[in-house]
Design a binder for this molecule. Structure first.
Ligand code: HEC
Length: 219
């Protein structure tokens, strides 16, 4: 039996190692964002609009959907996130055109609608916090995205006191991007609890019914 255990542990370790190598073995920090936290999502949406939307879009999302899900009115969502002339039915599109982006960064700017599904929340959290200025080239380096063309948008504060707020800001943005990646998740998780509760009550009723039926039968 012991031998089998050793084999299983060995296989597990090898598998882990292979997975780490396959994923580029970059250590990611945990985002620890809480999707059900509406205040965090609202803050994240506002930070996304002010810090990221000069370049990035989340084109599969509309303003009125955000309003509905995060608890804002149509007027509020436009005031907080929209650009001049935006309507609530518009998709959320960043300000930079493809030609300007190409000229400025030498690459396309990715749409971030599905980035949380594609790379995960821990990745975005770590990516935003891993910019470092390369003193020889004068360009930004990023250990989770080597040779990145994006500048450092969320520079870490130098003083300890501001660090907590900084972490929270980044976490809120990540939270918003997780929501954008799968808006139905909010509802699904909420519904999940109701379904579980329903099943639990149903179980009790069925059990009582069974007892009632079998009461007079010898078995
Ligand atoms: C000044 C323009 C600009 C701003 C502002 C900006 N980005 Fe970017 N971002 C870029 C560019 C350019 C790329 C493409 C990088 C590349 O391909 O090398 C990028 C790429 C990304 C990626 C993709 C990384 C990957 O692995 O594919 C993420 C995630 C991202 N940005 C998040 C953000 C967030 C969140 C904000 C706001 C806090 C933000 N960006 C603000 C220009 C910007």
């Amino acid at each position: 039996m012991k031998k089998y255990n050793i084999v299983i542990v060995a296989l597990f370790l090898i598998f882990n190692h292979v997975m780490a190598v396959a994923s580029g073995s970059v250590h990611l920090e945990r985002a620890n964002n809480i999707l059900s936290d509406k205040t965090s999502l609202q803050k994240g949406a506002i930070l996304f609009a002010t810090r990221c939307m000069s370049c990035h879009s989340v084109k599969y999302m509309r303003y009125n959907r955000v309003a509905r899900d995060l608890g804002w009115t149509d007027e509020e969502v436009l005031k907080k996130l929209g650009k001049v002339n935006n309507k609530v039915v518009d998709n959320i599109i960043g300000s930079m055109s493809e030609t300007v982006a190409q000229a400025a960064f030498g690459t396309k700017i990715p749409d971030l609608s599905l980035i949380s599904r594609l790379k995960g929340t821990d990745y975005i959290f770590s990516f935003l916090r891993s910019f470092e200025l390369n003193t020889t080239t004068g360009k930004w380096d990023n250990r989770v995205f080597l040779g990145v063309a994006m500048p450092n948008i969320m520079p870490k504060p130098k003083d300890e006191a501001s660090l907590e707020k900084y972490d929270e800001d980044v976490r809120n943005i990540v939270n918003f991007l997780e929501y954008v990646g799968e808006p139905a998740k909010l509802k699904r998780q909420h519904l999940g609890w109701k379904v579980m509760l329903f099943l639990f009550i149903l179980f009790i009723l069925v059990y009582l019914l069974k007892r009632e039926y079998w009461k007079d039968i010898k078995h």
